[in-house]
Design a protein around this ligand. Sequence first.
Ligand code: NAP
Length: 464
Amino acid sequence: MNNLGTPQRPLSVAIIGAGPSGFYAAEALLKAPDLNVRINLFDRLPTPYGLVRGGVAPDHQKIKSVVAVYERIAKDPRLNFFGAVKLGRDITAEELSARHDAVIYAVGCESDRRMEIPGEDLAGSHSATDFVGWYNGHPDYRELKFDLSCAAVAVVGIGNVAMDVARVLSCEVDDLAKTDAAGYAVSALRASKVKTVWLLGRRGPAEAAYSPVEITELGELPGCDLVVDPKEAALDEVSKKELGDPAVKKKVDYVQAHALKGEGSKSRKIRARYRVSPVELIGTNGRVTSMRIEKNKLIGDDKGRVKCVGIGEFETIQVGMVLRSVGYRGIPIPGVPFDEKSGHIPNENGRVLPAPGQPAIPGQFVVGWAKRGPSGLIGTNRADSVLTVQSLLEDLKAGRLPAASDPSPDATQRLLAGKKIRALSFADWQALDALEKANGAKANKIREKFTRIEDMLAALPVSV
Ligand code: NAP
C-alpha cells in the first residue's frame, strides 16, 4: 500500500482537456474529503472551456455563464493550468504517466460523423461542427470558407447542433454582432443571401433529438418563419406510443401547433421536414447545387426503438450549401486506446480499457464525451465526471494506482521547458480574457475573441 493522497504525498493527477468534463473532474477531486491532491490541467489551446467557448452558440450567452464555476475551480491553488500543450504533440502519454499517479482524459469528440452518401465531398458540403467552430472563432476553423451567396442551405439532422446552425443562419445579424461571435463570421453572415434553411429529420417530430426550448426558439425568430407541413407534423402509429414522455409531448405539441400557422410573412424561412433522408448530393462543376431526399416510414424494432426505412419516393431540393449535423465523433490520440466502432475511448465506469472487454489500465481514466460519446447537455458532464472520480478514488483506496516515478510539483514544467514548449498559465488566460473583453467593448460587443493562436501568444508578455 503506498501513501498517495495523504499529507506526506499528494496524489498527482493530470487532466487532459479543459472543457466542462475536465473541470468537473477537477472539481470532484478538489472536493474529495481528506484527499491531498495536486492537479495539472492541460489544454491543447491557450484558452480553456472547450465547447463552452468554441461550441455553444454566441446567442446563448446564458449557457456560457457556466464559465464562472470553472474559473473558481481553476483558481484553486492545488490546480495548475497548462494551456497550449497538446497530448501527442508536446507531451506523450508515457511522459504524463511518469509524472502523475493518475491521468484523466477529458478530450471530448473532436471530429464528426458522415452521412455516407454520394456527393458528400462536393464543395459546399460541410460538417455543421466546422460551421460552429468557424462562427465561434475557434483557431482550427477560422480559415474555413462558407459560401453564403446561395439562396438555400440544407441542414441534415435535427439535434441541438442543427438548431444552433439553423438559428445562426437565420438570426438578426445586428443582434449577433453584439455577442462574442467572430467578427469575420458576423461580416459574412451580414452579406448572406440565404433565404431558406431546410432542416431535415430522418424520423418524426416525436423522435427529434432537439430539446423543446431549442425548437421553440426557431419558431420565435424575429425575421424568419419556421414552416412545417401539417402532414409531416402528424404522428404515425409507432410514434404515438412515445407521447407518454412529457418532453416528447411538449416537442410534438409545439410543432403540430406551429404547423397550423402556415407559411408566415417573414422574408426568410426555416423549413423543417420530417421522415426524410438525404440520399445524394448533386453538383455542377464540383459544387453542390441540389440534394435528393427519400421519404421514410417509421417502424418499431424488437428492442422498442423506432427506426426509419425509405419508401422509394424521392424529391429534389435546390441547395447551394449542405451542413451535416449528424453527430460528433472522437479522434484517436497516440498512446491512448480508442474504439473505432463507438468513436470514443473504451472504458468501464470511467476506467480506460486497452480494448472493450479487457481489464482496465491502472491509473488511466476518462470523462465526458470521450467516455460516453457525444450526448447530453453541459450539466450532464458533472455527474458523469463525479462517477469517474469515484472509480479513481476506489482504485486509490485499493492501492491500484501506479505511483508516478517523478511526481515532484515542477516535473511537468521542467519537461516542457527542456523541450522549449511555452505552456500558458491560467494568469495568461486571464490576461487574454481581459483583452478580449476590452476589445469587445470598443466594438460594442461582449468580447472580440482572439481567433489565431499566434495572435494570442503575441498579445501576452513572455511570462505574466
Ligand atoms: P444529436 O443530438 O445526436 O443529433 C444528431 C441528429 O442527426 C439526430 O437528429 C439524428 O437522427 C441525425 N442523424 C444521425 N445520422 C443521420 C443520418 N445518417 N442521416 C440523417 N440524420 C442523421 O447530436 P448533436 O446535435 O450533434 O448534439 C450533440 C449533443 O450536444 C447533444 O446531446 C445535444 O443535446 C448537445 N447540444 C446541446 C445544445 C444546447 O443545449 N443548446 C447545443 C448543441 C448541442 P436520429 O435521431 O434519427 O438518429
